[in-house]
Design a protein around this ligand. Structure first.
Ligand SMILES: Nc1nc2c(ncn2[C@@H]2O[C@H](COP(=O)(O)OP(=O)(O)O)[C@@H](O)[C@H]2O)c(=O)[nH]1
Ligand SMILES: [Mg+2]
Length: 466
């Protein structure tokens, strides 16, 4: 068989750093130790760090001193022999070691995601674990890290493979009937038992899909929309949360027209807060387009927050006065903020919070001043509690769907199982075929069945040295 090249790359971020890790993988990896160092121990004691002088294999010039580690395959990340050089993290040091590796026979620079690809090709990781690994490298918050790590460690592979094996086993039992015909050797009850098992499996998969898409939401960020009348202080709140001037704030109503998003980390949850155009009737075509977008964003948000100032809520004689355009969007899933507490001196905030809560039926009401910051911290803490209440149970459940792709294949699988269940048990040929389709659908999640296009997209998310 044609020998695969041995690949090498800088695995830590480029630029100045305390330490840089250069990784080599392939059948000739060990030669890097022999040729770049004189250490016999480094090439004979696996997974042990050895402090060595590193030299250019041709000029014998000293390049650096650093740690050298050898991870013999198949018990390595890629399944091949891996050698790691931990050198000083200066660009010139790194360059010189990469140049030295370049001179070795059968070596070439790794491509993007190539180490991960080899791990996949050598069955060290399945597709869900690879996706988990990509997510782990991209994780920005604690909850994302937790989800990604679990998936990278086989959290999805194990249950999905178990299901797939069950289906394949059922298929084999069905096919046995085809092969042996009506022979007495096959027990009458076998096919009934298969039917029963598949019913249970289908039910388990269906309840697995009833997860309110929490895994996907958390992976992509919880969408929070701030909506309300113009001039309420929506953009001011967004900037306060972002700790920068993300949106333009002004006295002129109708300033915000398009959607402005900021990413926040709230209690470990990734959150995308959207500031939207103020809701009102206007002759301005662009402003009305902004209003349309604001309403559309509200529909697709996981958490809806309506913000308005006290003066927009109260009539002159201190009665509750709500614009119909706002009333329409307030329901038990909406949260409400009463803003500009600071210039509403003679209103009793506590009383209004209770009254508005009662009369609008929204989920919760806060009072604050985005100008003085009074009430903003309480609101933030309540948001964190809310996220935990809404998502923590799901996050802690052992198996959570994190990608639309998985959901799609699970649905395909269930559809085939349902087709199977609708057939008569005498229909053995069709039954076996439906079970095969169901097993293939699951195989696409873990990467056992035609996944080239998914792989290409996935490896492009990795950096060169992974
Ligand atoms: N006094 C006071 N003014 C505020 C407060 N929040 C925002 N504003 C002012 O209200 C005006 C409109 O704010 P902006 O954030 O642009 O409102 P938006 O149209 O809802 O986005 C600006 O002049 C802000 O400085 C507040 O809590 N108190
Ligand atoms: Mg605004």
């Amino acid at each position: 068989m044609h020998e695969q090249p041995t690949i090498y790359a800088l695995s830590t971020s480029p630029g100045k750093a305390g330490v840089a890790v250069i990784r080599v993988s392939g059948s000739r990896a060990k030669e890097a130790i022999h040729r770049l160092t004189k250490s016999k121990a480094a090439a004979s004691e696996p997974r042990k760090a050895h402090f060595c002088r590193i030299r250019h294999p041709v000029s014998r010039q000293s390049l650096d001193r650093g740690l050298v580690l050898w991870f013999p395959g198949p018990h390595s990340f890629t399944g091949e022999d891996i050698v790691e050089f931990q050198v000083h993290g200066g660009p010139a040091v790194v360059r010189s070691v990469l140049d030295a590796l370049q001179t070795l026979q059968g070596y070439r620079m790794a491509e993007q995601g190539e180490f991960a690809k080899r791990a996949f090709d050598n069955d060290k990781l399945d597709l869900t674990e690879l996706e988990g690994l990509a997510d782990l490298l991209n994780a920005e918050t604690e909850v994302q890290r937790k989800l990604a790590l679990r998936q990278a460690e086989g959290g999805l592979r194990i249950p999905y493979e178990r299901w797939r094996e069950q289906i394949i086993h059922s298929m084999a039992q069905t096919e046995a009937v085809i092969d042996f015909g009506e022979d007495e050797q096959i027990d009458e009850g076998v096919l009934d038992q298969v039917h029963e098992n598949i019913t249970q499996l289908r039910d388990a998969m269906e309840s697995h899909l009833q997860d309110n898409r929490v895994g996907e939401i958390v992976r992509n960020g919880v969408q929070v929309a701030i909506i309300g009348p113009p001039n309420a202080g929506k953009s001011t709140l967004l900037n306060r949360l972002a700790k920068r001037e993300a949106a333009i704030v002004s006295d002129t109503p109708g300033t915000t027209r398009d959607i402005v998003e900021v990413n926040l980390n709230l209690g470990g949850y990734p959150v995308v807060v959207s500031d939207t155009a103020g809701l009102r009737q206007s002759d301005d075509v662009i402003e009305m387009e902004g209003v349309r977008r604001a309403k559309a964003r509200l529909q697709t948000s996981d958490i809806k927050i309506c913000l308005l100032s006290y003066s927009q809520l109260l009539s002159r004689d201190q009665e509750l006065r709500l614009d119909p355009i706002l009333r329409d969007i307030l329901d038990q899933d909406t949260y409400l903020i009463l803003n500009k507490e600071d210039i509403s001196k003679d209103v009793d905030a506590k009383r209004w919070v209770d009254k508005v809560q009662r009369e609008t039926g929204v989920r919760k009401v806060w009072s604050m001043s985005c100008k003085t910051d009074h009430g903003v911290d309480v609101f933030l803490q309540d948001m964190i509690d809310l996220l935990k209440e809404k998502f923590d149970d799901y996050i802690n459940s052992p198996v959570l769907i994190t990608q639309v792709r998985h959901r799609h294949h699970l649905q395909e699988c269930i559809a085939s199982l349902n087709n199977y269940l609708s057939l008569s048990t005498d229909d053995v040929v069709l039954s076996a075929e439906e079970l095969r389709q169901a097993a293939n659908a699951l195989g696409r999640i873990t990467g056992r069945v035609d996944v080239e296009d998914v792989l290409d997209a996935l490896f492009s998310q990795f950096c060169i040295g992974k």
